[in-house]
Design a protein around this ligand. Structure first.
Ligand SMILES: Cc1cc2nc3c(=O)[nH]c(=O)nc-3n(C[C@H](O)[C@H](O)[C@H](O)COP(=O)(O)OP(=O)(O)OC[C@H]3O[C@@H](n4cnc5c(N)ncnc54)[C@H](O)[C@@H]3O)c2cc1C
Length: 237
């Protein structure tokens, strides 16, 4: 797969520590919700670094959006957040991945479980669901540290009646919060995700440790391992 030229058409803050990059990619062939791309940066001295980023925009949208959450001390993400500007040219290859995907034609029920920036591919799936007028039942359980860390408020604020979004806060919750708090253990999952009897297509995405803990707990609860699709973003070394 070759690298294509991607012109940055807009950059918008998604939270205090994350930015949305809207890209116009030469020869873009379209994508399926859930896929990702590789983004490559080249310094003036020729040094290059590339990282993977899930596609946040829906397949129906002409421009490709990525949402990058800053990782402290990281090589690439702080640059994408602070230095990249409208008009800059990046290199991109993709779309990549054929397993962690959802199309409206697949129907539901669908259970999405995100940790932090792991919500990004689900923003694409939810926007695809809305634009396709899908009546598939979709639930999103979104684990994050603090309310101000939410990514994708635009998409999450527009979901239709067939979509249910539940937040779980691990560090601080809004005043009077009655919903889940702390880590997503088997107890929280049993209460807030579709049970195995509903046979949902389940997608889990986020830091590696989060994905492994959640997938393990789902299997403990009786979900069939082959019904659970996972995407691991990496973790602190
Ligand atoms: C398929 C795929 C899709 C991804 N999609 C997204 C996305 O949509 N949005 C997004 O923000 N990121 C996404 N990531 C993570 C992204 O590729 C980078 O790993 C991330 O931006 C950090 O890169 P960096 O160069 O800043 O940090 P690095 O210099 O690579 O790492 C710095 C330190 O941070 C740790 N670290 C690296 N990544 C993470 C992480 N995700 N969580 C916690 N610690 C980490 C490293 O182990 C190291 O200790 C995705 C990863 C994969 C594999």
């Amino acid at each position: 797969m070759s690298w294509a030229r991607a012109v940055v058409r807009a950059t918008c803050p998604e939270s205090a520590g994350a930015v949305r990059l809207v890209l116009e990619v030469d020869g873009w062939s379209g994508h399926v919700a859930g896929q990702h791309v590789d983004l490559r940066l080249t310094a003036e001295d020729g040094y290059t670094a590339w990282r993977s980023y899930s596609i946040a925009s829906a397949p129906q949208q002409p421009l490709v959006s990525l949402v990058v959450q800053g990782v402290d001390g990281g090589e690439v993400s702080p640059y994408l957040i602070s230095d990249v500007q409208e008009g800059d040219v990046l290199e991109l290859r993709g779309p990549i991945g054929g397993h962690f995907v959802w199309r409206a034609a697949l129907g539901g029920p669908v259970q999405l479980i995100a940790g932090g920036s792991g919500v990004v591919p689900f923003l694409s799936m939810l926007e695809h669901h809305r634009l396709a007028g899908s009546d598939a039942e979709v639930r999103l359980l979104y684990a994050l540290r603090n309310p101000q860390d939410v990514l994708g408020t635009g998409v999450l604020g527009q979901v239709g009646p067939r979509v249910q979004v539940t937040y779980a806060y691990s560090r601080s919750a809004p005043p009077g919060w009655q919903g889940p708090t702390g880590r997503l253990d088997a107890g929280v999952l049993a209460e807030h995700v579709c049970g195995p009897a509903a046979a949902p297509q389940t997608f889990v995405c986020g830091p590696t440790g989060f994905v492994e803990a959640v997938a393990g707990a789902l299997v403990q609860l009786g979900h069939v391992p082959t019904s659970i699709k996972t995407e691991r973003y990496g973790d602190a070394a």
